[in-house]
Design a protein around this ligand. Structure first.
Ligand code: ADP
Ligand code: MG
Length: 212
């Protein structure tokens, strides 16, 4: 039995009120299949076409799980492009309007490096990043990822097409092993399986075929 409405998920009243105000009442197909598992802290590989609501699908468990009083980086979201990273950060800000002081920081290439170092010296709960730039901050010891409890790889297929496999593996090598990992992709090919087998623990695969 699939859950149809956000109100049937185990979310706080304030969270539900905010979702409702954003016009999110019914779950999309990929949200129906993934949220009950991701909210339960499972690792997931989720595949559904563009525009099917995957961003909301991974932002909700991140926000739900966050300890707002702990000003350490708890979630890392890696995305292929700056445009996408900015969209994800915007979605998190909308989805978390009911939480005061939630800090999201984007770390993308094509923007000045030094201001990012300064921002990292302040506190943040969630980082949204492109692979090359976050790796550079890791290499320079600018970023503390010891408290990461959730890693998201968004548009994993695109990141692999862009040649980010090695960067992603190097980033993941520095993360705590005891974490939830969510991998989102529009397609599912052999190279995604290779990535997944190296970074996810007993993942459930959820797929929405085009006609669903
Ligand atoms: P994807 O990552 O799968 O390409 P997005 O996460 O960008 O898709 O979502 C596409 C659009 O659908 C966005 O405008 C988002 O606000 C909207 N959306 C997501 N979930 C829902 C929902 N449950 N109800 C209504 N609109 C939604
Ligand atoms: Mg997406």
């Amino acid at each position: 039995m699939l859950i149809e409405n956000f109100s049937n998920l185990n979310l706080s009243k304030d969270f539900l009120t905010n979702l409702d105000s954003l016009g999110y009442t019914k779950l999309t197909a990929i949200q129906q299949k993934s949220l009950p598992l991701s909210l339960n802290n499972s690792d997931l590989i989720a595949q559904a076409k563009t525009g099917s609501g995957k961003t909301v699908a991974f932002c909700i468990p991140i926000i739900n799980k966050l300890n707002i009083k702990n000003f350490r980086i708890q979630s890392l979201i890696i995305a292929p492009t700056r445009e996408l990273a900015n969209q994800i950060a915007l979605e998190i800000r909308k989805l978390s309007r009911h939480i005061h002081n939630l800090k999201v920081l984007t770390l993308c290439g094509g923007t000045p490096f030094k201001p990012q170092v300064l921002s990292l010296s302040h506190e943040a709960h969630i980082i949204v990043a492109t692979p090359g730039r976050v790796l550079k901050h890791i290499e320079q010891n600018n970023i503390d990822l010891e408290n990461i409890t959730t890693l998201v790889l968004d548009e994993a297929d695109k990141m692999l097409d862009m040649g980010f496999y090695d960067d992603i593996m190097q980033i993941i090598d520095t993360l705590p092993k005891n974490r939830q990992t969510l991998l989102f992709s529009a397609t599912f090919e052999k190279n995604i399986e290779r990535l997944a087998s190296n970074v996810l623990k007993n993942p459930t695969i959820v797929k929405i075929e085009n006609e669903e």
